[in-house]
Design a protein around this ligand. Structure first.
Ligand code: CMX
Length: 135
């Protein structure tokens, strides 16, 4: 069902302030930034082998990432597993009684389709399903 870890999301107050540690100190390859309007976040991707780190900066005070930062400060925000048929996985999890944040996929960065499982259903880890885009 899940093929690999697509990315690990890390909530930050400022991508510009956090970038030097990942890009320069750890030497990760910076792949670019993108604003995901639907989630009210700006994201920056840094490659780690076949996976990546996703720095998440809120673009609005009502962003879920703004609320997370307010409560917890900066840190690991979510884990994203790659799936090839997100609707089928969501239907399967729903049938198994797993609490979903999103019953239908939303738009993510890079043309992906994403859906979140509630952290109360996953042992406290906000979990994203991520179906890659065609490009
Ligand atoms: N990881 C683990 N637990 C989390 C969490 C996170 N990232 N965010 C919230 N929680 C926990 C809280 O600690 C809280 O637990 P307690 O009740 O034990 O205190 C509970 O979930 C409820 O949290 P809350 O602060 O009251 O927040 P909400 O219920 O309003 O929202 C959530 C929580 C997960 C439903 C919401 O953040 C959400 O819909 N997230 C999915 C969308 C998202 O995060 N988008 C940003 C990333 C986008 C991208 O990657 O493109």
């Amino acid at each position: 069902m899940t093929s690999k870890i697509n990315h690990i999301g890390i909530a930050v107050h400022s991508i510009d302030a956090s970038m030097p540690f990942y890009r320069d100190t750890l030497g990760m390859e910076f792949e670019g930034t993108e604003v995901v309007e639907e989630q009210r976040v700006k994201v920056a991707f840094l490659a780690v082998g076949e996976s990546r780190i996703e720095l998440l900066e809120p673009t609005s005070p009502d962003s879920p990432v703004a609320k997370f930062l307010e409560k917890n400060g900066e840190g690991t925000h979510h884990l994203a597993y790659e799936v090839s048929d997100i609707e089928a996985v969501l239907a399967d999890l729903k049938a198994k009684g797993v609490r979903l944040v999103d019953e239908t996929p939303r738009s993510g960065a890079h043309g992906t389709r994403i859906a979140f499982l509630h952290p109360k259903a996953t042992g406290g880890v906000l979990t994203e399903l991520c179906e890659p885009g065609s490009h």
